[in-house]
Design a protein around this ligand. Structure first.
Ligand SMILES: NC(=O)c1ccc[n+]([C@@H]2O[C@H](COP(=O)([O-])OP(=O)(O)OC[C@H]3O[C@@H](n4cnc5c(N)ncnc54)[C@H](OP(=O)(O)O)[C@@H]3O)[C@@H](O)[C@H]2O)c1
Length: 262
């Protein structure tokens, strides 16, 4: 099936690793033009070199999604160089493994800032370009935590629920501008987030054994962590113009870890 993404311009935040990188790769494979950003310039340059896409296909920008001015510059450069923007994937970020008693006021402030700025800064910057597209799609990368909070990730769970709520409002607000807004809610996906936690745990077990125990502990129905490519498939589906009647909803990519039926 042709997803109709060839020659469309998609901005993916946080494309130098994990889910963002898999999404960038899948979009380039579909013939899209892609702009992506991250904070670490060296990592971004290394990934761009490995992808081997020409400057007419892949644009990178060093910016923190919390910095509205830097995001605006990155988005403006994308629109100028690629002649417009048709899609936005708000992916950049990370979770905070802390419970109620070890979450400081700063943790709460930082987490809410990252999650909300990570959606609102790119969206505000891209909005006029998306509105001019005629068939624009925004995909917010979220987590099943939004619907199924975990006390050990208390700030992230609360922030994720807020973002799911915000996505619904945005879908209604922006429908009149021809912009669809949806979410992809992740379970446990094997990316940099988990390799960092594995290294920090220093358990003496192999990464495979550690992951298997994690999958059993969390009750993942499919009995394994997900792959970033499996998330990218859902993201591209929602970005596709073929999904023209899908807005204000979410797709769980979680291997059955989610217990919610909504
Ligand atoms: N993996 C999971 O199990 C899982 C589960 C639920 C939700 N998620 C969410 O999925 C998204 C992608 O996570 P991932 O697992 O693919 O993580 P990852 O492998 O660590 O990749 C994160 C990407 O985001 C960039 N990034 C992080 N903070 C940023 C910031 N403030 N501004 C700009 N770029 C930033 C990183 O680059 P720099 O570090 O160079 O900035 C990197 O490119 C995140 O929002 C995460 O919270 C992941």
């Amino acid at each position: 099936m042709d997803l109709g993404l060839a020659d469309r311009t998609i901005v993916v935040t946080g494309g130098s690793s994990g889910v963002g990188l898999a999404t960038v790769c899948a979009l380039l494979d579909e013939g899209a033009r892609v702009a992506t950003c991250g904070r670490d310039a060296d990592r971004l340059a290394k990934v761009a070199a490995e992808l081997g896409a020409g400057h007419d296909r892949l644009l990178t920008g060093v910016c923190d999604v919390r910095d509205a001015d830097a995001v605006r510059d990155f988005v403006r450069r994308t629109a100028e160089e690629f002649g417009g923007i048709d899609g936005l994937v708000n992916n950049a970020g990370q979770s905070r493994m802390k419970g109620l008693d070890d979450s400081t006021a700063e943790d709460w402030r930082d987490e809410l800032e990252l999650k909300f700025a990570g959606v609102l800064n790119p969206l505000q910057a891209a909005r006029p370009h998306l509105a001019a597209s005629g068939a624009a799609s925004v995909v917010n990368i979220n987590a099943v935590l939004a619907k199924q909070p975990e006390p050990r990730l208390i700030t992230t769970s609360a922030a994720r629920a807020g973002i799911l709520n915000l996505s619904k409002s945005l879908s209604a607000e922006l429908a009149g501008e021809g912009i669809r807004v949806n979410s992809v809610c992740l379970g446990l996906i094997d990316t940099g987030q988990w390799t960092r936690r594995y290294a920090a745990a220093d358990s003496g077990r192999s990464y495979e054994d550690w992951q298997a125990e994690l999958a059993a502990d969390r009750g993942i129905a499919l009995d394994r962590l997900g792959r970033a490519e499996e998330v990218a498939f859902a993201v591209l589906t929602l970005l596709s113009p073929l999904a023209s009647y899908i807005t204000g909803t979410s797709i769980d990519v979680c291997g059955g870890v989610g217990r919610s039926i909504l």
